[in-house]
Ligand binder design. Structure first.
Ligand SMILES: NC(=O)c1ccc[n+]([C@@H]2O[C@H](COP(=O)([O-])OP(=O)(O)OC[C@H]3O[C@@H](n4cnc5c(N)ncnc54)[C@H](OP(=O)(O)O)[C@@H]3O)[C@@H](O)[C@H]2O)c1
Length: 269
């Protein structure tokens, strides 16, 4: 039987590549975006309007898929954005807004889809995290916190739903060439004290993103997680993320700290 997949944030970047790859791999694919009128079509991908911050929008999108396809076998929680600013500069409201998409959006989507997967006694959920789900993200600290939260959530959920034939994995891309930098938000109350370091880190992030992995590398990891008989809890994506994931566990924390500060152009303090 043809499997049905639902990919959030399919208008751009990793979500778009994932929708295209799954559509070419025997899935019937539903892709979601907030404004479907502005989305460039992808062959064999059916687009739906969805804002992951909105309960009704999530329920409506899930209802529409079930009425058209009768089931949902795979959910890819990919929608997300990043927020630039030191943690002192970021307001509570800005932090809450980011969590509303990057974390509660995933919770909302999963809660809407799980009853269907439980009924089928089968399902796969791939949550797009990041390397900053397991390493620090200076000057994108709230974004990093949302991905750390997503990792903890996903691992617990995997234990709870395994009894129903459902498995949950996180996908951990490193820098990937997408519109993430253009779509990022900046904290509203910037302080001069952080300006020079913040700019250095942002330049490093922008450069690394522009020369990062192709989106299809992350999409392939999603496909692997969705199709593995026994999926792994974590899929670091690309050479750098795989190395980082290993180094984080193996090398002394002082050394890791030093090399992270060097990569982002932070002082040796
Ligand atoms: N690029 C990287 O270097 C990188 C590295 C690690 C992890 N990631 C993660 O990969 C995921 C995809 O990011 P990307 O790099 O592909 O960035 P992107 O090109 O900016 O795409 C982001 C996608 O998220 C969607 N989105 C944002 N807010 C949404 C909302 N409230 N409701 C529904 N959809 C929403 C956008 O759709 P619309 O605006 O059309 O609605 C867009 O399709 C994110 O979770 C990001 O954290 C990216």
């Amino acid at each position: 039987m043809e499997k049905v997949a639902f990919v959030t944030g399919a208008s751009s970047g990793i979500g778009r590549a994932t929708a295209a790859l799954l559509a070419g791999s025997d899935y019937r694919v539903f892709g979601a975006a907030r404004n479907i009128a502005g989305v460039k079509p992808i062959p064999n991908v059916e687009f739906l309007q969805l804002d992951v911050r909105d309960d009704e929008s999530v329920k409506e999108a899930v209802r529409a898929i079930v009425s058209r396809a009768g089931r949902i076998d795979a959910l890819v929680n990919n929608a997300g954005y990043t927020l630039i600013g030191s943690l002192e500069e970021t307001s509570i409201e800005e932090a809450k807004q980011l969590f509303e998409t990057n974390f509660f959006g995933v919770l909302r989507m999963s809660q809407a889809v799980l009853p269907i997967m439980r009924g089928q006694r089968y399902g796969r959920i791939a949550n797009v995290s990041s390397v900053v789900g397991f390493v620090p993200a200076p000057y994108q600290g709230i974004y990093g916190a949302s991905k750390h939260a997503l990792e903890g959530y996903s691992e617990s959920l995997d234990h709870e739903v395994r009894q129903f034939g459902i498995r949950v994995s996180v996908i951990e891309p490193g820098f990937t060439r997408t519109k993430i930098s253009q779509n990022s938000q900046v904290a509203g109350r910037l302080l001069e004290a952080y300006e020079s370091e913040r700019n250095r880190v942002l330049d490093a992030v922008r450069e690394n993103t522009a020369s990062g992995e192709n989106s299809f590398t992350a999409a392939s990891a999603v496909l692997e997680a969705l199709t593995a008989r026994s999926p792994r809890p974590r899929y670091p994506v690309g050479r750098e993320a795989k190395l980082l994931s290993r180094f984080r566990k193996l090398i002394p924390s002082k050394l890791f700290d030093k090399s992270l500060r060097k990569q982002f152009g932070l002082g040796a303090a």
